[in-house]
Design a protein around this ligand. Structure first.
Ligand code: HEM
Length: 428
């Protein structure tokens, strides 16, 4: 066995997630890294080893197995603390995990997800109309004021619009908001709180303020639904709590936070990252819009090549665990590094770093693996399957409004995407 590799500090601003992962892979199959606050953890950089680890019973998710937390080595207001302490299925093991997961599974059965398609299509259509109107409105304002068109190229007359903000975000937010019964006027607040929860670069003050605000908002929602139950998942969780005490009040709020954050931020990244991939790979775009490759290939290849979740915190080793020729010691914290696994040449070949729709359907791990496999995978795939073809059909001349190098990554090694995706719809 080789000795532990030196600590490498993960970039909290994620300025180059894929470059960093390439360096991590070169260091070995499992690498010790430093998280914010000088908290040590391990990343597993190989697809096969990560898959094995995700199904390994010697790996737990309940933070009671993390000595560093018990011993006070994790600082107050630590940016990733919500992933560790939010009470719900992502921080539970065994029978506890099944109890918390089963309640939500019922809301996301294949039949229920399929039944959401008409609503997803209607929301997509409405958002595409609004997108065109938004861009044009912008153009009129700008053109009207200074009286010239800003040197636009033919076919590029429309003003830039942030596709992430005005399309990729509101679709999954509306879907999960409806599922949970969140009032529409709260959506934007949840969006900014979710972005803060998944950031790895927040200050302690921001982290604590976000926690307080999120819990207060969810407590309001629970109180509202307790007084006036509806058919949404929030009302169902409250009923399960009250009928047979199946979950605690803290678990109700924790599950709602999890569903809100997991249910929109990830799909938002998938739609953003897939659109960005197609806009920067014209030949691949032509292959899919020309019908030579299916949209499912765009979705699965994006999930592999540029996954919405780069590193997921945290798991804990219940024993010394051999990962390739390295040992992760008992009590160590582990990040599931989906973005590193997605470009592992041992699994996907020497061209793993290429976005290639001709690749046979990649068996990526980007929805997780094992007992914690993503509960919303089929819903996320359905949303992307409806949204992407509709977007590219409506705006066949859509193009990036900035150079690809000007796109700024999210400040997070958990949530992997760009802050904005400015495009010209090409409708002019
Ligand atoms: C493209 C979109 C999505 C991606 C890439 C994604 C990714 C993931 C990943 C990687 C995990 C496993 C985390 C781990 O334990 O390492 C996970 C778990 C989970 N996801 Fe998703 N997710 C997506 C969409 C959704 C949606 C739409 C929902 C809800 C409607 C959702 C709900 C959940 C829940 C509840 C879990 C926890 C499962 C458990 O711990 O048993 N996800 N997701």
């Amino acid at each position: 066995m080789t000795p532990p590799t030196p600590l490498l500090r993960l970039d909290t601003n994620a300025t180059d997630v894929h470059g960093e992962n390439q360096r991590l892979r070169a260091l070995g199959p499992a690498v010790r890294v430093e998280l914010p606050g000088s908290v040590p953890a391990w990343v597993v950089t190989r697809h096969r080893l990560l898959r094995d680890l995700l199904a390994d019973p010697r790996v737990a998710k309940d933070p009671e197995h993390w000595p560093a937390l018990r011993e006070g080595a994790v600082p107050e207001g630590w940016p990733l603390i919500d992933f560790v302490t939010n009470r719900g299925m992502t921080t539970a093991d065994g029978a506890d995990h099944r109890r918390l997961r089963d309640l939500v599974t019922q809301a996301l059965t294949p039949r229920r997800v399929a039944a959401l398609r008409p609503a997803i299509e209607a929301t997509t259509g409405r958002l595409l109309d609004a997108l065109a109107a938004h861009s044009l409105g912008h153009e009129h304002r700008q053109g009207g004021e200074d009286g010239h068109d800003g040197g636009r190229a033919p076919g590029q007359a429309s003003a830039p619009v942030d596709l992430r903000r005005h399309f990729a975000y509101p679709l999954p937010m509306t879907v999960i908001g409806d599922l949970l019964g969140v009032p529409v006027d709260r959506f934007d607040e949840f969006r900014s709180l979710s972005a803060s929860v998944t950031s790895s670069a927040t200050t302690p003050e921001e982290t604590l303020a976000t926690q307080r605000r999120l819990r207060a908002l969810l407590a309001d929602l629970v109180a509202e639904r307790r007084a006036r139950p509806r058919k949404d998942l929030t009302s169902q969780l409250i009923a399960a709590r009250e009928a047979d005490d199946r979950l605690t009040e803290r678990e109700v709020v924790g599950t709602l936070i999890l569903m809100l954050v997991a249910g929109h931020g990830t799909t938002l990244n998938l739609i953003t990252n897939a659109t960005r991939a197609l806009l920067t790979h014209p030949d691949q775009r032509a292959a899919v819009t020309g019908g030579r490759r299916p949209w499912s290939a765009v979705i699965e290849e994006t999930l592999r090549w540029d996954p919405p979740v780069a590193h997921f915190p945290l798991r804990y080793a219940l024993d010394d665990i051999a990962v390739g020729d390295v040992v992760i010691p008992r009590g160590a914290a582990i990040l599931a590094s989906y973005a590193a696994a997605g470009r592992d040449p041992e699994e996907f070949g020497p061209d793993a770093a290429e976005f290639d729709l001709d690749r046979p359907t990649p068996r990526h791990l980007s929805f997780g693996f094992g007992p914690h496999f993503c509960l919303g995978a089929s819903l996320a795939r359905l949303e992307a399957r409806v949204a992407l073809p509709a977007l590219f059909a409506r705006f066949p001349r859509m193009a990036l409004a900035v150079a690809p190098t000007e796109l700024v990554p999210l400040p997070s090694f958990v949530s992997n995407s760009v802050r904005e995706l400015p495009v010209r719809l090409g409708t002019g």
